[in-house]
Design a protein around this ligand. Sequence first.
Ligand code: SF4
Length: 373
Amino acid sequence: MKKKSNEQIVDLKTQPIPEGHHLLEVDNLKMYFHTEDGVVHAVDGVSYTLDRGETLGVVGESGSGKSVTAKTLMGLIPMPPGKIEGGDALYRGQSLLSMSEEQMQSVRGNDIAMIFQDPMTSLNPVYKIGRQVGEGLRLHRGYTKEQAEQRAIELLDLVGIPEPEKRVKEYPHQFSGGMRQRVMIAMALACDPDILIADEPTTALDVTIQAQILEVMQEMQQKNGNAIIMITHDLGVVADMADKIMVMYAGRPVEFGTADEIFYNPRHPYTWGLIRSIPEQAIDEKQPLTPIPGNPPSLVNLPKGCPFAPRCVYAKPICHEQCPEHHTTETGHYSACHFADDLEFLKNAPDTSRSRKNNVAAVEEMNMVGGEE
Ligand code: SF4
């Protein structure tokens, strides 16, 4: 329920994190869409915590609920048709879901900023780059036009855009795809957000630019200590930068753990499939790519039992009857698979032990060949 709008707007980033809380706590979040075709279970029971300086990778195919989860935190889902059906999301101990729109406007861009997938649809074609990068500073920090432009020049320089003094006066169409993506990062970093959410920030870019963009984000994190949520369909993108990873399927988290747990000891067949889909040929041409067969299920009519069962080569009769609970280890590594604790089952799983090493090596190789655009 929304609060009344005459409250005093607080810059939450300046508030201490209450004892016993994390920077961000998402607890059993459920966001459904009520459509003419039925109820779309877009986000169905997502939970995780995030602290300053940490990077969370959120991985899954299109339609797995990754982006909707992030947009729900940012208050960017139109309601209706969206509806929060349960759970909560606390930022510095305060519920994002029950904040007034005025308070959320202060949070968006200032405390939690998002880099969207497609910079061309997120940048306004009729405004100069400098104005767009400095907009958040004028809105949240009270910068004058001149101060905002000066800071925009510094931010463009920071993300590696050459001749930033000249570039701030240009329009989005005068920038290449990689440059526009860097502009989006500059915009997102303008107010030094506590949490940077990057939604497939490198999908449309070639591997050299991808590596450079990821490097810029990591440098910013080392300097400012902000937390990053990296949303991607490609587990390889987060191999070298995530501290922990949540794998999503059909709106649900199916596996969660540290990056080492996910890459070296995956406990869910869908995660095995994602790992085997990582393009490892960059360093080993003999390793074939193994796509996951089939398509994700309709989120309106989820199959009975495990949602992954129709595509899972390990499925047994119980999988088509009962939806698996989370099986959680002492370290908090969980898997929503009936056989997650079955050592015999895991023993016969595909060999994934080399994947992270290979992928980290491939990313490093990309970084080494990465030059200026
Ligand atoms: Fe596959 Fe069954 Fe595990 Fe689902 S519960 S991932 S169908 S083995």
